[in-house]
Ligand binder design. Structure first.
Ligand code: C2O
Length: 576
């Protein structure tokens, strides 16, 4: 900027200040950058657990590239599909105001990008800071197609905590020793649950506790005494996880791109879809310390019970400790796999930093039962009925097992006024009342398949209570709403009590998120204002439950005028 030129002329200070103001005004716009990227989606050999797989990646990287932007910036990402599968990309947690076309879920806001085709995602980050991520939103491609999306504050605005000396994205993932697309295909054929993963990973690496892996274990160097920011993302397919670093406290400062009141903890619980930013001060004896993650398994079902590790390495650690096999890193204590008490104690500490803008009067009060189900077969011996007792697994919200359309995406059908793709009669409460978390009669285990959406008026103030059922098993279902951030105002175990529970809601400083888990056999209540028109997928972020139908979509109508109306779609939006 050139304004020191003017300061050399003190005779006209009025002009000087006017110009200064003018430039400050210009600068406030000029600082928003536009980031162009090409994401080539293609198969590349990736070796893990002693075997090489032809893995679908972005630009040959696994995990994919990290995107780093500031609040207010625009991203323009040209997705080029050079793989053999249909694909779409989703920017998990980005609000995409009036711009569902850039959201990405296949057959919801767009038709898939076919092999050989391209589509350019263009969107602006509006009033979001912290950690988000991106992933494929087509079948099980997100097992390997994912990466971090880091949003720094606007230029000149600080973090609400002392500036960390370094920042490290920690992507938790799951690895199958086979093509994940085949794992899903087999499961959808047999009706049984998909195979559990063979390894958990940190930044794509299983770590020291797996075969053929320790040479590539992720190592994060730190200077003694410095404070670093870990941006932890659970990009795993099906697994909630506990994460900890040996001997080090973690101070939680943000979740899902919203700041929190800071609090210290030894361990965090993080569900697929969620992010957690923590500060860590390297205040221990210079040495090597493991960071580790393993499953938090709330269901009565098989799970990957392995442990992934990475290493926090003090630069001043004695050399023998760096190279030598002799000095093993110190291992953190993680809770037991089914330690729901620790998981609950962790999530219940989350608070917004200050008084939150929680809707107080509610226009749409919804009660959604979420859980698994079983579809009975006419021939239980059929190879397609290998679920429990000759059934096929399903999942549902309010007994509706969500089916994606095939002929068009929901959003395109809605925009073009094409009938017959979906209906808007999704029930606001379950068709039958029962003891949801108790012993559910077998007659209530079978959901109905349909493509039903729930319609909301623009600016409607919405409350949704998600009630986990004990059908097949109770479970923590991480419920993710596209296009929104919501407040988590309450939760509890057992059945939600509409008379007494609302009085205990936190309407002062509840945490703001985009993904929240139902306590196993319990309920969680969220509130938000429907200020983003479009069709927004609401689903369980466990990727074995999504294809079984644990989803619905909210159709938020346009308001009045251009600023309350969905933008026109981009010209290159794929057609079905
Ligand atoms: Cu992270 Cu519908 O997705």
């Amino acid at each position: 900027m050139e304004y020191h030129k003017f300061s050399a002329k003190p005779c006209n200070s009025y002009l000087f200040f006017t110009l200064l103001l003018f430039f400050a005004f210009l600068a406030s716009f000029a600082h928003a950058a536009v980031h162009f990227h090409e994401f080539v989606i293609e198969a590349k050999p990736v070796k893990r657990l002693c075997r090489t797989h032809n893995t679908i990646t972005v630009n040959g990287q696994f995990p994919g590239p990290t995107l780093e932007v500031r609040d207010g910036d625009t991203l323009v990402i040209k997705a080029i599909n050079r793989g053999r599968y249909n694909v779409t990309l989703h920017w998990h947690g980005v609000r995409q105001l009036r711009n569902p076309w850039a959201d990405g879920p296949e057959f919801v806001t767009q038709c898939p990008i076919r092999p050989g085709q391209t589509y350019t995602y263009q969107f602006t980050i509006q009033n979001q800071e912290g950690t988000l991520w991106w992933h494929a939103h087509s079948k099980w491609l997100r097992a390997t197609v994912y990466g971090a999306l880091i949003i720094h504050p606007k230029l000149g605005s600080p973090y609400p905590f002392p500036m960390p000396k370094r920042e490290i994205p920690i992507l938790l993932g799951e690895w199958w020793d086979r093509n994940p697309m085949d794992v899903l295909r087999l499961a959808l054929f047999t009706g049984a649950a998909p195979n559990v993963s063979d390894a958990l990973t940190i930044n794509g690496q299983p770590g020291d506790l797996y075969r053929c892996s320790s040479k590539e274990t992720a190592i994060f160097p730190v200077e003694a005494g410095e404070t670093i920011l870990l941006r932890i993302i659970n990009s795993a397919m099906n697994q909630e996880m506990f994460f900890g670093v040996a001997n080090h406290k973690l101070t939680v400062v943000a979740v899902d791109s919203a700041y929190t009141k800071p609090f210290a903890t030894n361990v965090i619980m993080i569900a697929p879809g969620q992010t957690t930013d923590v500060l860590l001060t390297a205040d221990q004896t210079p040495a090597r310390y493991y960071m580790a993650a393993h499953a938090y398994n709330s269901a009565n079902a098989p799970f990957d019970n392995t442990t992934t590790t990475a290493i926090l390495e003090y630069k001043s650690a004695p050399c023998s400790a760096k190279k030598g096999q002799s000095l093993k890193p110190i291992f953190p204590q993680l809770p037991g796999f089914n330690d729901t008490a620790t998981a609950t104690a962790f999530t219940s500490q989350l608070r917004s930093p200050s008084r939150a803008k929680v809707p107080l009067e509610i226009d749409d009060s919804l009660f959604f039962t979420v859980g698994l189900g079983l579809i009975n077969c006419t021939n239980p011996n059929s190879p397609r009925c290998q679920g429990p007792n000759g059934t096929r697994f399903a999942a549902s919200i309010n007994n509706v097992s969500f089916v994606l359309p095939r002929r068009n995406s929901l959003m395109q059908a809605y925009y073009q006024g094409q009938p017959g793709i979906f209906t808007t009669d999704f029930p606001p409460f379950p068709p039958v009342q029962f003891d949801y978390s108790g012993n559910v009669p077998r007659g209530l285990w079978q959901p109905v398949k349909a493509t039903k959406l729930f319609k909301l008026k623009y600016r409607s103030k919405v409350q949704i209570v998600f009630q986990d059922t004990s059908i097949v098993t109770v479970e923590n279902h991480p419920m993710h709403l596209h296009g929104y951030q919501f407040y988590v105002v309450g939760s509890g175990f057992g059945n939600f009590d509409p008379k007494n529970d609302p009085a205990k809601f936190n309407l002062i400083d509840p945490p703001e998120r985009n993904t929240v888990g139902t306590p196993p056999g319990g309920w969680v209540a969220i509130r938000f204002e429907a200020d983003n028109p479009g069709i927004w997928l609401l689903h369980c972020h466990i990727d074995s439950h999504l294809p079984w139908g644990l989803a619905t979509a909210l159709l938020v109508e346009n308001g009045v005028g251009k600023l309350q109306t969905v933008q026109p779609p981009p010209l290159d939006l794929p057609r079905c």
